[in-house]
Ligand binder design. Structure first.
Ligand code: IVH
Length: 665
């Protein structure tokens, strides 16, 4: 047998042994034999570089060449699931599905909810090509190199697989690996990971894939996406994926009744403690894909699925005090300050008390022993008081405040709302600062040169009272008389200036209109295209936008009814903030006319999005793949090796950021 054949044979064998060991849990050869074969393969590969294969089993060991994560847009956005914590909500979901399907019979697929981090992997022609994290759901980090080191994830598929598809699942650190890792870290006096999810996430974001390879991550897959899926039910598709080599959970069950669903929940609530990985609930999915489509989606979650979270872990500790936080909307949240206590793997000392009603219900007194739970959310919550633990010396009763702790204005409670608000949005400091902080945040205007401390400082110095004031700041205002600060002041002003190019969907989100999150802002911006159309819109106009209901619509309408908001928008527009979609605005120049440009790598001067917009504004066209039609590649640092190779093959020129900016000057 020649070397070439031997390499191919070893690769096939090792893929298979790997699958049997890590997915099927049924090894057929000893570790020593496996290592010997791997060793032989690696030696042959080293002497035959022409046989390189990015998905060779030898790639599983990773490399310590630092990898930067390039952001990649998901072909299908990665939605999350609506969470419920009680059976009533599960019943309500079941009824909603039944109603939504107008009496058709339906099946529910019950599954475990794995508590790790979600990943979306693309396979083409049976080969793993790309793995992307969830990120913000629209765009995530390309973590392919790290994911390839996870042994239970197939690099090459077996059987009769789809030619091209995406599969989603959860990356997890098994309890045993987690405990081992923390023991090792304790020995080296390194900080410990709080739970396997954090450990898995920290590991997957590691720049060094060799580290990832050592950390022994695992992955379960639960969602298949693509054209012409093999079967018309979710369950069958996942079983099919299992035959291609993916690790799927053995705990999936298709049921028909609500009692069977509760049976599944009860069973796994107990049994999950024996599982090798962390789970935090169960997921219910309408099984039939056509019925899934019929039920559709809200802006953030599918209507055909829901997550039921298991009862959280509970701890008991002493309540020292309650403080009150005022948010950017003026809502006042009571926060309990407690003796630190270990809860579900982390130390907690603060817990949300939600609102006055809940506080009253508990009849809280200072010094009470309270029950704290982490019910899936990151913020722990107080669930009750152990009244038997009260001694004769009962502490002072804790009463909800009646005026704002920050500005003294009497609090108000709006009809139908549980929260108290400080109505003084004009001068209450945390509200003003909170609104500005939201405005400059990454998903809004992304003014990186500013942060909460600078906002606080400028506010204290009387330089800013609202977001529009940012645009009239001058270097002299910021730097004062000291010359040394001129440079940093200029940087801040430049950052603010640059934010004028941020797209409409961001500036709309930046306004901080209630219920208008990132997703809704994007949908609305794309639908109405500019702020005038939005200002003129009536309730009916909003309701015909997918994902926008009455609550959102009314919130936007009432925002635009307020004189001070219109005023703010006007001043922002005068300052040059973009309040329209630029796509259809036509090119501002034709310097890039006829050019087809591919963007690759990481940039310093502008974001990828900004470059994309620039290309369009200058009459060029953005393309995602390099072909013979590509005019040039606008490349930042760390351009992907496959792109580089392709570019060289086709003789496409590569242009740096600086050259590009010169080109359009
Ligand atoms: S399905 C559109 N199934 O929970 C539906 N998700 O809040 C996509 N998760 O982001 C998700 N186990 O990270 C699905 N069996 C399961 C899951 C699961 C865990 C995670 C996943 C997702 C989050 C939803």
């Amino acid at each position: 047998m020649d070397v070439k054949q031997r390499i191919l044979q070893l690769r096939d064998e090792l893929h298979r042994y790997n699958y049997l060991y890590y997915v099927e849990n049924a090894p057929v050869i000893s570790d020593k034999e496996f290592d010997d074969k791997m060793h032989e393969l690696m030696q042959l590969e080293a002497t035959h570089p022409e046989m390189e294969d990015p998905n060779s089993p030898s790639q599983r060991v990773g490399s310590d060449i630092s990898n930067e994560f390039v952001q990649i847009e998901h072909k299908y956005p990665m939605l999350s699931l609506a969470n419920t914590y009680n059976r009533g909500d599960v019943q309500a979901f079941f009824n909603r599905v039944a109603n939504g399907l107008n009496g058709q019979s339906f099946e529910i697929c019950c599954e475990l909810k794995f508590d790790g981090l979600s990943i979306s992997i693309t396979y083409e022609k049976g080969q793993l090509v790309r793995a992307v994290t969830r990120g913000d759901g629209v765009r995530g980090d390309d973590v392919t190199a790290n994911v390839k080191t996870i042994r239970s994830i197939p690099l090459k598929l077996q059987g009769t697989y789809l030619p091209s598809f995406e599969i989603r699942g959860e990356i997890l650190m098994p309890w045993t690996s987690f405990e081992f890792l923390n023991e090792e870290r304790a020995k080296r006096e390194e900080p410990l990971f709080a739970n396997p999810r954090n450990a898995a996430s920290g590991t997957l974001k590691s720049k060094n894939s060799a580290v990832v390879a050592q950390r022994k991550l695992d992955a379960y897959f639960y969602y298949l996406l693509g054209d012409n899926l093999p079967c018309n039910s979710h369950y069958d598709n996942i079983q099919e994926a299992g035959r291609w080599g993916f690790k799927i959970s053995g705990a999936m069950r298709v049921v028909h009744t609500i009692d069977e669903i509760f049976g599944f929940i009860d069973y796994w609530d107990k049994e999950r403690s024996h599982l090798p990985v962390a789970t935090d609930g169960i997921v219910l999915k309408v099984n039939n894909l056509r019925q899934q489509e019929e039920l559709g989606y809200t802006a953030k979650t599918p209507r055909w699925a829901i997550a039921y979270k298991f009862q959280a872990e509970r701890a008991c500790t002493r309540l020292n005090d309650v403080i009150y936080q005022v948010g950017r909307t003026g809502a006042v949240t009571p926060v309990a300050q407690m003796e630190p206590v270990l809860l579900a793997g982390t130390i907690v000392k603060r817990a949300s008390l939600h609102n006055q009603d809940i506080m009253e219900q508990f009849d809280l007194h200072r010094g009470d022993m309270v029950y704290v739970e982490k019910a899936g959310e990151i913020i722990p919550q107080i669930m009750g008081v152990n009244k038997e633990a009260r001694s004769v010396f009962l502490g002072e009763k804790i009463k909800f405040i009646t005026s704002c702790p920050e500005c003294g204005t009497p609090l108000v409670r709006y009809e139908g709302e549980a929260a108290f608000y400080c109505p003084n949005d004009a001068t209450c400091p945390p509200q003003i600062k909170g609104k500005i902080e939201h405005f400059i945040s990454r998903d809004a205007m992304n003014i990186e040169s500013l942060g909460p401390e600078t906002v606080d400082d400028y506010f204290q110095r009387g330089l800013i009272h609202d977001a529009a004031d940012l645009y009239s700041l001058k270097v002299e205002d910021l730097a004062g008389s000291e010359g040394s600060k001129i440079k940093s002041a200029q940087k801040i002003i430049d950052g603010i200036e640059e934010s004028k190019n941020i797209p409409f969907e961001n500036s709309l989100y930046a306004l901080g209109i209630r219920f208008v999150g990132k997703v809704v802002a994007k949908t609305i911006a794309r639908h109405f295209k500019n702020i005038e159309a939005l200002l003129d819109a009536h309730l009916e106009d909003f309701l015909c936008v997918d994902g926008v209901g009455e609550v959102i619509a009314n919130s936007i309408i009432s925002y635009f009814h307020e004189e001070k908001n219109l005023n703010l928008i006007n001043r922002l527009r005068q300052a040059g903030v973009c309040f329209e979609i630029k796509d259809n605005a036509g090119p501002v120049s034709d310097k890039l006319k006829g050019k087809v440009i591919v963007i690759s790598g990481v940039f310093e001067k502008h974001s990828r999005e900004e470059y994309k917009t620039m290309i369009e504004n200058y009459g060029g066209k953005n393309a995602s793949a390099i072909s013979s039609k590509t005019s040039f590649i606008l490349a930042g640092s760390n351009m992907g090796p496959s792109k580089l190779e392709k570019a060289q093959q086709l003789g496409v020129s590569i242009i740096s950021e600086d050259d590009f900016l010169m080109m359009i000057k």
